[in-house]
Design a protein around this ligand. Structure first.
Ligand SMILES: C[S@@+](CC[C@H](N)C(=O)[O-])C[C@H]1O[C@@H](n2cnc3c(N)ncnc32)[C@H](O)[C@@H]1O
Length: 454
């Protein structure tokens, strides 16, 4: 059957829901159209941008009839910035849309129906929730600017005065660094010509410890280190100042750093445990909701103190260490050696003696872990967006743990994995609970409990 529309056609569409990724979903006689900037409940005039056999894509040009519960977006950079696409959608509607995405994915992709959906956990704070932000420098007619890439633009950076996702401290540090850059007369690095010096600024905060870490990323060339340190030292919270040099065209910040001043790392406190936050170590970026996420994972793990627990994709060991108090032993695997070094350090820092962490790939190395540690009673997985990819699903399922707690940041890969776990490996999906870590963005987290043989 031919698609009922063509490219560049303009038409009115009513948006039913939000798809994973944040586009609105509309249906034209059953044919699905994903509408950029379409909010559920709205009727919009949209232009078709792409037509495929199974669906089309369109962009909303105007709202013909507003149906979505709207609120005033407080940020002066909305919607140009693009970081908070849904700031003008009432929070209850955001949460509802995210919860529906998780359930829809499990039903539609996972072909599952017999599971309990618990009410979505709302974010504790709608704003100021991020503990890490990465900014890009840009050249403006007034001098050096510092902010975020505009929505969908790799070549345009928005100079930000106040970001609502960080704290007053985070905003002040960024603005102070921009002022310093202009006092020094530096130029921002230009992505096209590769001229200029300043590239990125990373600010991380220990939200429960009130400590901050700053990384300045430049092109090769001399940095007046003492003057940079003095600029950020005006904030007593800043405990750790680093410098990284990026001599490649790639827009990356995950680089080896030189400590310019202070401690190597700052600390964050999560569920009563202390964690070292190094410049490049992975840490959930919403501290308050990270605690809720780990609490939920702990509830689903239902430990009694007798269990051998595997923490797969363990990062810096945060989930495993928060479970260790209630487990017999905890064994973590992560592919990042730097994260594993942090996990080992974090275990020591907290006096946890029943947890061990290893660098490796889950798919390739989990069998070796089983040989060493014995079979697990409970497995927790927290994979990247791609889910349990390649061999890892089969290998994890073959562990035959009685409980498998799946922490997911992508409902579509969770659903694909759930289908196989249930259809091919004898697991049952018992419960799932969506959780909102990132208000105003399309991201949705969830925790699912799979059981077998009980
Ligand atoms: C979503 S993070 C979870 C980290 C940790 N559980 C936490 O809450 O902070 C995913 C982790 O998976 C790791 N990773 C990615 N692919 C992997 C693989 N094939 N095997 C093991 N770890 C992997 C990454 O290094 C990253 O730390």
């Amino acid at each position: 059957m031919a698609a009922p529309l063509r490219k560049d056609q303009e038409l009115e569409l009513t948006i039913d829901s939000l798809a994973y990724g944040g586009n609105g979903v509309a249906r034209l006689n059953g044919f699905v159209v994903f509408v950029r900037r379409g909010l559920p409940g709205d009727t919009v005039r949209a232009r078709v941008t792409k037509v495929k056999r199974s669906h089309a894509e369109a962009t909303a040009l105007e709202v013909v009839e507003a149906g979505a519960p709207r609120v005033d977006a407080p940020c002066a950079h909305f919607p140009e910035c693009g970081g908070c696409r849904f700031q003008d959608l009432a929070y209850e509607a955001q949460l509802d849309a995210k919860a529906r995405q998780v359930v829809d994915a499990l039903e539609r992709i996972g072909k599952l129906s017999d599971f309990e959906t618990e009410p979505a956990v709302p974010a504790e704070s709608l704003f100021h929730y991020r503990n890490k932000l990465e900014y890009s420098f840009t050249q403006t007619p007034e001098g050096v600017g510092l902010g975020f890439h505009k929505a969908g633009r790799w070549d345009e950076v928005l100079n930000v005065e106040r970001c609502w996702l960080t704290t007053d401290l985070g905003n002040s540090i960024r603005n102070r660094v921009r002022a310093w850059a202009n006092e020094e007369g530096f130029a921002a690095f230009d992505q096209e010509t590769h001229e200029g010096y300043l590239r990125h600024l990373v600010v991380r905060e220990g939200r429960n410890t009130n400590q901050a870490l700053v990384v300045l990323v430049t092109a090769p060339g001399a940095l007046p280190e003492e003057r940079f340190v003095a600029a950020v030292q005006t904030f007593p919270e800043v405990r750790s100042v680093h410098w990284a040099v990026n001599d490649t065209p790639a827009e990356v910040t995950n680089l080896p750093t030189k400590l310019l001043w202070g401690e190597e790392a700052i600390e964050e406190a999560i569920l009563g445990l202390r964690f070292r936050v190094r410049p490049n170590a992975f840490m959930q970026t919403n501290t308050a909701m990270c605690e809720q996420l780990y609490r939920l994972a702990g509830e689903y793990a239902a430990l009694t103190g007798e269990e051998t627990v595997y923490d797969l994709y363990c990062g810096t060991g945060t989930i495993g260490l928060s479970l260790a108090r209630a487990a017999l032993t905890v064994w973590g695997i992560d592919s990042s050696e730097e994260s594993i070094a942090c996990a080992v350090e974090n275990a020591e820092l907290n006096g946890v003696t029943n947890a061990a962490f290893f660098a490796g790939e889950v798919g390739a190395d989990v069998d070796e872990l089983r040989d060493r540690a014995g079979p697990p009673d409970v497995v927790v997985v927290d994979p990247p967006r791609s889910g349990l990819a390649g061999k890892s699903l089969k290998r994890v399922a073959a562990l035959e743990a009685l409980r498998l707690v799946y922490v997911s940041c992508n409902p579509t890969t969770l659903a694909g994995n759930a289908k196989e776990l249930v259809g091919d490996f004898g697991y049952r999906l018992e419960r799932v609970r969506p959780l909102d870590m990132f208000p105003h963005t399309p991201h949705v987290e969830s925790v699912a409990l799979f059981t077998r043989g009980q």
